[in-house]
Design a protein around this ligand. Structure first.
Ligand SMILES: Cc1cc2nc3c(=O)[nH]c(=O)nc-3n(C[C@H](O)[C@H](O)[C@H](O)COP(=O)(O)OP(=O)(O)OC[C@H]3O[C@@H](n4cnc5c(N)ncnc54)[C@H](O)[C@@H]3O)c2cc1C
Length: 389
């Protein structure tokens, strides 16, 4: 059995960054990855373009510079979002794997247990192999994007060392609505989307049972007060609403029995209700048409359907949840940040244990914040793990 200085579980964004930083320090490092290739999720990020940081993300300048030094990833900035100069996610995955090539990459190795005895970590894999090390980095991600190998294994591994886990919830995802949206399916339009909440509601409707069962996820943490608004393109599907602004708002859902969330769309945020009404009245008188020509035709017909009382300033939908772990881009919840050192991400409960990336209870909006976090924490852990006392 080979003994390592640093053992890393997970060859995703944070694990590869940690491996590159640890092997740069001359430490004998190994990466255990359950998939048959490293960095599978990285290849799918940013619609294949890998939006890996953002000028407003925590310590993004440091992250970008370190990735440039270690892996040769040159940045290109587009409206604050940072991409690789190639705008190709695959090149980031390859550059990171290359930067981590000083570490032993052990594929098809799903870690199922980890423990520390006499200052030594022992990690066992599903197929019965055992690995020992002086330091251990848990970089196994959360549960978002299960098809890329993320089944939440990290939570069990962290709990084995006494860590707590804030309930994982799918975030940065489309919202599913109670209404039948067949008539709007496929429509894209610019809008100001507002998420609000009504509490103390007791109802026997179908969607309330979804809330009560917690299917859509419930947790106790505080978030900024609702309502919260975001502007951008919204996209209707048969049963829900997507688009970056809606995905960002999904981070604020805290579904629980007795609470109803409403997503309201304003297709004319630049006008007051009176200004819009005046414009529509004039258009009807002069051109014989109101909303048609101002918003997509099917949307205009839906809003102006007689007897429904719908408004282009406040088109509201009851939110029953998000689509789930296959489509969510990030996990909300995980190991609380209070349980790791804020600079090195070493566990405050177990010396030599580090926890990085999405496994921690951090989630950012769309735009490069989550990969920035994975790289920031991975680089810090890899730069500190295995130091002698
Ligand atoms: C479709 C999609 C697009 C995204 N686009 C962006 C974007 O453009 N910008 C952005 O900032 N964020 C984006 N994200 C989010 C970002 O990819 C994640 O937040 C980030 O990859 C998390 O990094 P991580 O290292 O913590 O986990 P991951 O990258 O998920 O890596 C975890 C690794 O651990 C492995 N693993 C898990 N359990 C075990 C085990 N028991 N044993 C061994 N290996 C294990 C997994 O197979 C995986 O390879 C996107 C996410 C998705 C799903």
């Amino acid at each position: 059995m080979t003994a390592y200085d640093v053992l890393i579980i997970g060859a995703g964004a944070s694990g590869l960054a940690a491996a590159a930083a640890a092997s740069e320090r001359g430490l004998k490092t190994a990466l255990l990855e359950r998939n048959d290739a490293p960095g599978r999720k990285i290849r799918a990020t940013g619609n294949g373009r890998c939006n890996y940081s953002n000028v407003d993300a925590p310590r993004s300048a440091v992250v970008v510079e370190r990735l440039r030094q270690l892996a040769g990833i040159e940045p290109a900035v587009e409206e604050g979002r940072i991409y690789p100069r190639s705008f190709e996610a695959a090149t980031v995955a390859e550059a990171l794997a290359n930067a981590a090539s000083g570490a032993d990459l052990i594929l098809n190795a799903r870690a199922v247990s980890a423990e520390k005895n006499g200052g030594v970590f022992t990690v066992k894999t599903e197929d019965g192999r055992a690995f020992v090390s002086r330091a251990l980095i848990l970089a196994c991600g959360g549960k978002a994007g299960i098809q890329y190998g993320c089944y939440g294994d990290g939570y069990k591994l962290a709990k084995a060392f006494g860590h707590s886990v804030e309930r994982p919830i799918p975030a940065l995802d489309a919202m599913v609505c109670a209404e039948d949206l067949e008539a709007l399916h496929g429509i894209r339009a610019l809008a100001k989307a507002t998420l609000s909440m009504e509490s103390g509601i007791s109802c026997g409707g179908e969607f309330c049972s979804i809330y009560a069962s917690g299917n859509a996820g419930a947790d106790s943490r505080e978030r900024p007060e609702l309502p919260v608004s975001e502007e951008g393109e919204v996209q209707f599907t048969r049963n829900g609403i997507s688009g970056i602004c809606v995905m960002d708002l999904s981070r604020y859902l805290r579904l629980q029995a007795g609470t109803v969330y409403i997503l309201s769309l304003d297709f004319f945020p630049e006008k007051t209700a009176e200004e819009l009404e005046k414009m529509l009245t004039e258009r009807r008188r002069t051109f014989g048409t109101g909303l048609k020509g101002l918003v997509p035709e099917k949307l205009a017909e839906y809003i102006e359907e007689p007897g429904k009382g719908r408004s282009a300033k406040d088109l509201s939908f009851i939110v029953t949840g998000t689509r789930g772990w296959k489509t969510a881009q990030v996990t909300r919840g995980g190991v609380p940040l209070s349980e790791v050192d804020p600079e090195t991400f070493e566990s405050v409960l177990c010396k030599g244990l580090y926890i990085t990336g999405e496994l921690l209870d951090y989630d950012g909006p769309c735009g490069g914040f989550n990969l920035n976090w994975a790289f920031l924490t991975g680089l810090a852990a890899g730069g500190n793990a295995g130091k002698e006392d």
